[in-house]
Structures are given as C-alpha cells and as structure tokens.
Design a protein. Structure first.
Length: 248
C-alpha cells in the first residue's frame, strides 16, 4: 500500500504537535500551584541561537602612542572613560517606543466603453447584387463596462517605556559595540520578559552610561510574557494544529 507523501507529512506534523503538547502539559501539571521559574543566568554567547555579527568594516587603524605623553591618539577623553567600551561591560538601554500610525485609503475606478461599427452602403451598392438584400446598418456592436472600489484603513498605537541593562558581547573592527540584554520580572504567576539587542556607536552612549533605544542599529526589541495569563490568551494546541493543517 503506497502512502501519499503529503499525507505522511501531515501525520508526522500532527504526531509531533501532540508530543510537544504532551510534554508541555506534563510540565504544567507538574508545576500546578507553583510560580513560574525564572531562567538561569547564562553566557549569551553560549546560547544555541547566538551568532557573532559579521558586517563590512574599514581597515583597522593601529593605535599610536607618543613617548612621554599623557594623551593617546584615538582616546575619547583625557581622563578614564567610564562608559562601556569592551566585551563584558554593562550599559543601560532606555527603551522608549511610541509608535502611532493612521492610514485611510480609498480607491475608485470606473470605465465604460461602447463600440458601434455600421455601413449604410458598400462600394456604392445599397443592396448586395447576389442576395438582393440590403446592407446591414450595423455590422458590429459591443458594449463593456468595469468598476472597482477598494478601501483600507490602519489605526495602530503602541507605547513601551522602560530601562534594561545590556552587556557588550562583541566589539567590531570599527569600534562599534554589539549589545544584548534580557530582563525577567515575575509578578505573582506571570513573568514578563524584555529582550534588547543590536549594534551601537560608543559616541552615542551618554556620560552616565545610558543609551537611547532609537540609536541602536539592527535593533531587536521583544516584550512578552509567560505564565497563567499568557496560557489563557493562547489558543489550544489542538486548535493551532488544525489551523496549520486544514486548508479552509
């Protein structure tokens, strides 16, 4: 008996989903009445999804030291700079996102055409010599019309304002810093997670070792949660599987 490859894939996906749902259900049953556990503090560079940033960089300029001089070429300040500048340093990222968008578009189009081709006489004849019939007054008559009406609107408002400490995980050749920070806050039986990452210029770090989130290049900011409230807001695993499998 030959099994269709598509059917085999659907069965495999369904079984995998039920296995994952079963493991998750076991964990939830095991933690009944318990608060959700905080994640352990780990080295970000050892995480499975971590990848060093590789971007086009200019040629490195060697640092030149002048004998008997207190000033070093390329230094940002005469006294020691307390701002983050090397791997392992910590800086505070001020996340301030206020995003509003309101778009309302409407497009209408209408077209109507009519073609009418006729002949009162042909080669001087009012009637055909053979058939002795009159020349038709109208040879071709065609009418066409089309219309379309499209409407669309977007009304979005998002706001997020908080602070999170980030760690410098990499220093690029041109001196830019790659940062990554994660914050977890547990309130009763709900954990809120805030993840910040990206590339920053040392010049954008303020004197109090803080940085505006708007100055982060390739910024990755995620704010979410997990716990009892989040579980209730999510659809059941069976419904999620059916949403993937069912074509209607």
């Amino acid at each position: 008996m030959h099994t269709h490859p598509r059917a085999s894939r659907i069965v495999a996906v369904t079984l995998a989903a039920f296995l994952i749902a079963g493991c998750s259900a076991v964990d939830r049953v095991k933690n009944l009445g318990e608060q959700p556990r905080l994640s352990a503090i780990d080295n970000p560079t050892t995480q499975p999804g971590y990848k060093p940033v590789n971007m086009p960089m200019p040629e490195p300029i060697p640092v030149a030291y002048s004998p008997n001089s207190l000033w070093r070429n390329g230094s940002r300040a005469f006294f020691k700079d307390q701002r983050a500048h090397q791997v392992g340093d910590i800086l505070t990222v001020k996340v301030n996102i206020t995003d509003k968008a309101a778009i309302d578009n409407e497009t209408k189009r209408s077209r109507e055409s009519k073609e009418d081709i006729g002949a009162d006489s042909m080669f001087g004849w009012k009637k055909f010599p053979v058939a002795k019939t009159g020349v038709p007054g109208r040879l071709i008559t065609a009418d066409s019309s089309s219309s379309s009406d499209g409407k669309g609107s977007v009304n979005r408002s998002e706001a997020l304002k908080t602070n999170v400490a980030a760690v410098v995980t990499q220093v690029l050749v041109n001196g830019n810093l790659v940062i990554e920070g994660k914050q977890e806050i547990r309130v009763n039986y709900e954990i809120r997670e805030l993840v910040v990452g990206g590339i920053v210029r040392p010049e954008d770090i303020e004197s109090d070792n803080t940085l505006e989130s708007s100055k982060i290049a390739q910024a990755r900011i995620a704010y979410g949660g997990r716990g009892q409230i989040t579980d209730v807001q999510q659809p059941r695993y069976g419904q999620q599987v059916l949403d993937v499998i069912l074509p209607w």
